[in-house]
Design a protein around this ligand. Structure first.
Ligand SMILES: NC(=O)c1ccc[n+]([C@@H]2O[C@H](COP(=O)([O-])OP(=O)(O)OC[C@H]3O[C@@H](n4cnc5c(N)ncnc54)[C@H](OP(=O)(O)O)[C@@H]3O)[C@@H](O)[C@H]2O)c1
Length: 400
């Protein structure tokens, strides 16, 4: 926050005026700024006088640019509105980057109605305010990590308590630090959504023998490979496509893939059909779209489920497209998004994650690897690094 607090005092709703000056860096500043009475006062000030609005630092965009240079830390972004029932404000310690942040920066992502303009959908930090009437075991001061529709590239973020998870100290074997936890919700929820909520591999273990996960070294891919292996067991054949031999080694040796396929060298459909003696993959998780659409149909097994989560190569399939395989193999092709969903839908995914994903992360059986950490003042470098496609795991920013 950038206000050198000139606070009007309160007393029975009457304006007892007292001027307090508290250093911005002090804990007293934070306590006052986030006290229920101050938040209520602040909320009313929005309607009364614009020049009295509370501001904070957050990543903003220079409007004339769409490249990473557009990103900068502004000190005059509106502090979040006071939390309502089942909402909280969290002081952000770390936020994770996601592919969609790049698209949002470029103006090509359909941001859900009502989401803040500020980028960022996942974070960890500590709760500073909880809305009146909220029913939650969470308390002010708790260290948490969570998912939001936007606004996480900031000092403070308003979130639903239903999508906040308390951060517990993990076992000594675990690498699930608070930093790593800040980059878990979006990618683990997305993998959980694809494999469990949509393809329901946990209920179809007898039938699902082979899974293909594209972009296997992406944040979502890494979560998906581990979930698929844990749910389906050591006998399942789990394939991942990746863009380098280094990533092949990573998904095979660290992430439990049966085989990583460098798509720049090999046709993944051909490799997998050979490997499975023509049977193909029962579940395909795709982020690539256009370039892979026909090969996904070719590699799909009978009654397979293709879950489409992104269109990184484009959305228009060229040429005369033979869709007979969809009919002949009785395929289900299903698209989905997480960010545009209701809190209720996301809470269902959270419950599945808390059953199938989070315990393994806390025990150290799963990892949410952090590839690189940037100071948030270098957020443009962080975006450029993501765009270079070399990362194997999460790219994180520290809010300082
Ligand atoms: N629908 C949803 O609900 C939802 C939610 C979250 C994320 N997503 C999607 O999930 C995907 C992964 O997100 P993330 O944040 O985990 O990504 P990430 O960690 O940034 O990794 C993305 C990887 O995709 C590969 N890639 C990029 N462009 C490609 C192309 N044209 N063809 C083939 N591979 C390409 C690159 O790896 P290689 O070097 O291996 O090619 C890149 O490192 C993104 O597409 C994102 O939009 C969807």
């Amino acid at each position: 926050m950038n206000v050198g607090l000139k606070i009007l005092g309160f007393g029975s709703g009457v304006a007892t005026v007292c001027l307090i000056s508290v250093p911005e860096s002090s804990s007293a500043f934070e306590q006052i700024a986030n006290s229920t009475i101050f938040c209520k006062w602040r909320k009313s000030q929005y309607h009364r006088a614009d020049n009295a609005r509370m501001t904070m630092r957050a990543v903003a965009l220079k409007e004339s640019l769409i490249s990473a240079e557009a990103l900068f830390v502004s000190d005059s972004v509106d502090y979040p509105p006071a939390p309502g029932k089942d909402q909280a404000i969290v002081k952000v310690a770390y936020f994770g980057l996601n592919r969609m942040d790049i698209m949002q920066r470029q103006g090509t992502y359909p941001v859900p109605t009502g989401a803040p303009n500020t980028l960022g959908v996942e974070f960890s930090g500590s709760i500073v305010t909880i809305g009146d009437g909220t029913e939650s075991p969470l308390q002010i001061g708790d260290v948490v990590f969570g998912l939001v529709a936007g606004g996480a590239y900031a000092e403070y973020v308003l979130c639903s308590t239903k999508l906040l998870m308390k951060y517990e100290t993990p076992s000594a074997e675990s690498t699930f630090t608070q930093l790593s936890a800040g980059g878990a919700p979006e990618v683990w929820f997305t993998a959980t959504q694809a494999l469990l909520k949509i393809a329901r591999i946990h209920e179809n273990k007898d039938r699902v023998k082979c899974v293909l996960i594209h972009a296997g070294a992406s944040g979502v891919g890494i979560a998906g490979l581990q979930l698929a292996r844990a749910v389906l067991g050591p006998e399942a054949q789990i394939f991942a496509t990746v863009g380098s031999d280094e990533k092949v080694r990573f998904v095979e040796s660290v992430m439990g893939a049966t085989k990583g396929i460098n798509y720049k060298k090999y046709d993944f459909a051909k490799v997998i059909l050979e490997y499975t003696s023509g049977a193909g993959a029962d579940v395909v998780v795709d982020f690539i779209g256009q370039e892979y659409f026909m090969r996904n149909i070719a590699v799909a097994a009978m009654d397979a489920h293709i879950v489409m989560l992104s269109l990184m190569s484009g959305s228009v399939v060229d040429g005369r497209v033979d869709i007979a395989g969809i009919l002949r193999k009785r395929l289900t092709i299903q698209g989905s998004t997480l960010r545009s969903r209701t809190i209720a839908y996301q809470s269902d995914v959270r419950a599945l994650f808390e059953t199938y994903g989070l315990p393994g992360l806390v025990r150290g059986e799963f990892v949410n690897p952090v590839d690189k950490v940037f100071a948030w003042t270098s957020v443009a470098d962080a975006h450029r690094y993501m765009e270079s496609n070399v990362s194997m795991g999460k790219i994180m920013c520290v809010v300082e």
